[in-house]
Design a protein around this ligand. Structure first.
Ligand code: VGL
Ligand code: ZN
Length: 214
């Protein structure tokens, strides 16, 4: 069995949002099309408390982009984003949501961030996504969403570590690129770790030929 995982396709990650990902909006129609190829679709949602250790605004005299030590980990500081219950945290309205099996929340603990959809950045607490996939007999995951160089990357790396056959659909992702080479580095790192990088046309053609993706 295979599943499609939609990572953090939320208003604050759209251009103009609090943590706008350049061209992040462009993936939405493609992600909607890819959803039609899957029976099991799971979404992750960045869901932070108002004061969160990843927000520059939570510290005196810190700016987005600064790095602090938090619980022994390097934490990049971001503008406040995806605050629980706000419009910015909502899924993008154009995203089809009616066929999703489950939504997993991440970044909900004030004291530690969570880029991966599976675990927080200190690997301390699981979101439940891994157990859920196991309970459904999922062996292969296809990952799309935002952002390539953060949450997509760490979700994919954890998926490999957990033993899933892991694909990232590169044209259905966009990155932040704080540095212009970040997305390229993230893709290289995923490739090295055993993530399979594919483009959406490969899935669409395979589905048209076989009627299934596995
Ligand atoms: C993300 C930075 C902070 C992401 C979430 O979804 O990639 N990036 N929070
Ligand atoms: Zn976040």
């Amino acid at each position: 069995m295979h599943a499609l995982i939609l990572v953090d396709i939320q208003n604050d990650f759209m251009p103009g949002g609090a943590l706008g990902v350049p061209q992040g909006n462009e993936i939405v129609p493609l992600v909607n099309h890819l959803q039609t190829l899957f029976r099991i679709i799971i979404a992750t949602k960045d869901w932070h408390p108002t004061i969160h250790s990843s927000f520059a605004s939570s510290y005196p005299n810190k700016q987005p982009g600064d790095i602090v030590k938090n619980e022994g980990l390097d934490q990049i500081l971001w503008p406040a984003h995806c605050v629980q219950g706000t419009f910015g945290a909502d899924f993008v309205a154009e995203l089809q949501q009616n066929r999703w099996s489950r939504v997993f929340l991440k970044g909900t603990s004030q004291s530690i961030d969570s880029y991966s959809g599976f675990y927080d950045n200190g690997n301390r607490r699981a979101t439940g996504l891994g157990d859920y996939l196991d309970s459904k007999g999922i062996k292969r995951v296809y990952i799309v969403g935002l952002a390539t160089d953060y949450c997509v990357k760490y979700t994919a790396l954890d998926a490999v570590l957990l033993g899933f056959d892991t694909f990232v659909v590169t044209d259905a992702c966009r990155g932040v690129n704080l540095n212009p080479e970040d997305v390229g580095m993230a893709l290289g790192g995923m490739d090295n770790a055993g993530v399979k990088l594919v483009e959406s046309y490969e899935l669409i053609e395979k589905y048209a030929a076989d009627g299934q993706l596995s």
